[in-house]
Structures are given as structure tokens and as C-alpha cells.
Design a binder for this molecule. Structure first.
Ligand code: SF4
Length: 321
């Protein structure tokens, strides 16, 4: 198999193989039963960095609470963050609502179908714009998340990573005209179930004879696994992301309509074991970051905060937006 070469015959064989595989293996997922761009966007944002099984109950619940883009745009941000509780990466909730507000304010409540315009919405990158264009508006566009990139890379270019632009060009060439929806769904499913990162099922793969990575991908993966050394990075429980999550979790626990918030000195012990006044500047730094990301609000500062003054810091109160 010549790496990178995509003749019309080869394209046809790859398309036929993947179509057949998808017909036999596609999961019945709720976002595959709708063409509502708002519901598609909700599913795509939730599926970023989160497994399908975990997303399913959140997706249903979210659409029950906020059934339309207008409902989400008008909701209190604190309510949106509360509903996101447990799904992780809370910034996604805030960005999703920002995108909903932009659709309402700048597009009259109607989602644009053009991926270039979708990309102008807050928090919407190339992948999500392509996904909404393909899955809501059935556009014949190519877009790549990690799984899709891996599949196209392996099949067309081999086991070693090819330049992003080349992979995207190949992905676009493979989209069958008029089948943007089904093709991209198939590519995502194939990457999730068949051509996985660490254990691709090459032996029973319908694309085996077309795949530029077969059979070397197995050797490369085995060599990579051997080369992996124990990581020296800090455990997750010591990272800023972990503590940011703990702060948002504590703020979610505050009474829903109480806007007075919680004092940093009371919040600290809920966030970090052994919290002391010396940790207040650290906590304040995290809260400032959350405020910048739209996940928290400094409800009260009296007198105004000055860095390094513990007494002042302890009078800072914070709440959900
Ligand atoms: S042969 Fe293996 S690497 Fe190639 S597409 Fe199939 S599962 Fe992926």
C-alpha cells in the first residue's frame, strides 16, 4: 500500500469498507436521531474528553432543562454549571452557554450552517464547527478529532503521524458526496470501536487490505508501550485542575438563590485538607482564574483585595455566576 496515495479506486474501496462496517456496528445514540443543531452542539461539547456512556444521562437531562438554544441562553449561568456537576471540565458548560447567547443575539436564534461562521461562535473550534455542519446540516465537510485523525492517518499514511494539513486533505477527499452525515459518524465510530489508539482490531478489520499502517501498527504500538517510562508528573489530586473542580463543587453546594457567596476562609477547608491562612493567596489565585473563565464570581470584597494581606483576603466572598 503506497502511503498517502488516494486513487479513485482506493477511495471507493475505503468508502465501501467503512460504510459496510458502520451498517453492522453503529450504536444507536440519541444525537444520531436528531438534526437539531442545538442538540448536536450539546452532545459534541459533552463528548469532548468524556466517554459516551457517561455523557448519555447528562445529555438527556440537559435537554430536558434547556430544550432550546433560547432556553439555555436565558438561563442563569449558575444553573448551567450546577447541571454540569460530575461531568468535569466545567468551562465547557460556560462556553456552551456563551455560544448559545451568540446564536440568539447575533443570529436571531438560528444556527448558521456554514462551518466558517460556526467557528466564530465563542468556544467553537474547527472540530465542533465541522461536526455541527455535518450532523445537523448534513454538509459534506471533513473535520478531525483525535480518533478521526488517527484512523485517516493510519489508513492513508501509515503508523507514523503525517502533517495535520495532509490528513485533513485526505479526510476531505474521502467524504462521499451527499453522505457527509453518515461518513463522519462512521469515521468517529470506527475510531472509537475498531481502530482504537492502543488496541486496533487489525486482524478482523475490513480496511486491512487498504490500510497503510497494517501490519506495522502492531509493532509500533508494542515498541511504544515498552518505551513508556513511569511518569514523574504530579498526581492529579495535586493539580490546579483538581482544586478548581473542588472549588466549583463547593460553590454548587451553596443555596441556589443566595447571592452572598462564601468567604474564602470557609471555602478553603472544603477544597484542601489542612488549609490555613497561608493558603489564602493560592486559593484567591485559583478563584481569579475561575472568574476569568466565567465559572465563579467574586461576590464581595470589603475592603478591596490587596495581594498578600490575609485579613483582606478572608473578607473575599465568592459564588457561582
Ligand atoms: S488495519 Fe488496524 S490500523 Fe488499519 S484501519 Fe484497521 S484497525 Fe486501524
Amino acid at each position: 500500500m503506497e502511503n498517502g496515495a488516494l486513487s479513485p479506486d482506493r477511495i471507493a474501496r475505503i468508502r465501501a469498507g467503512l460504510r459496510q462496517w458502520f451498517a453492522e456496528n453503529a450504536r444507536d445514540l440519541p444525537w444520531r436521531r436528531t438534526r437539531d443543531p442545538y442538540a448536536i452542539l450539546v452532545s459534541e461539547v459533552m463528548l469532548q474528553q468524556t466517554q459516551v456512556d457517561r455523557v448519555l444521562p447528562y445529555y438527556e437531562r440537559f435537554l430536558q432543562c434547556f430544550p432550546t438554544v433560547a432556553a439555555l441562553a436565558a438561563a442563569p449561568t449558575a444553573e448551567v454549571i450546577r447541571l454540569w456537576s460530575g461531568l468535569g471540565y466545567n468551562r465547557r458548560a460556560v462556553n456552551l452557554q456563551r455560544a448559545a447567547k451568540a446564536v440568539v443575539d447575533e443570529h436571531g436564534g438560528e444556527f448558521p450552517a456554514d462551518p466558517a461562521i460556526l467557528r466564530t461562535l465563542p468556544g467553537i473550534g474547527a472540530y465542533t464547527a465541522g461536526a455541527v455542519a455535518a450532523f445537523a446540516f448534513e454538509r459534506d465537510v471533513a473535520f478531525l478529532d483525535t480518533n478521526m485523525r488517527r484512523v485517516v492517518n493510519r489508513v492513508v499514511f501509515g503508523a507514523d503521524p503525517a502533517p495535520e494539513a495532509k490528513v485533513l486533505e485526505a479526510a476531505q477527499a474521502l467524504v462521499p458526496p451527499g453522505e457527509g452525515w453518515a461518513w463522519n459518524q462512521a469515521l468517529i465510530e470506527f475510531g472509537a470501536l475498531q481502530c482504537t489508539a492502543r488496541r486496533p482490531a487489525c486482524v478482523v478489520c475490513p480496511l486491512q487490505s487498504e490500510c497503510a499502517a497494517f501490519p506495522v501498527v502492531q509493532t509500533v504500538l508494542a515498541a511504544n508501550a515498552k518505551a513508556i517510562r513511569p511518569s514523574s508528573s504530579a498526581p492529579f489530586e495535586q493539580t490546579s485542575r483538581y482544586f478548581r473542580g473542588r472549588i466549583v463543587e463547593a460553590l454548587r453546594g451553596l443555596p441556589a438563590h443566595d447571592e452572598s457567596g462564601i468567604d474564602l476562609s470557609q471555602l478553603g477547608p472544603q477544597v484542601r485538607e489542612g488549609f490555613s491562612a497561608a493558603d489564602l493567596p493560592w486559593l484567591r489565585g485559583l478563584v481569579d482564574g475561575l472568574q476569568r473563565d466565567g465559572l465563579a464570581v467574586i461576590a464581595e470584597e470589603s475592603p478591596p483585595y490587596e495581594a498578600g494581606e490575609d485579613a483582606t483576603l478572608s473578607r473575599t466572598r465568592v459564588r457561582l455566576p
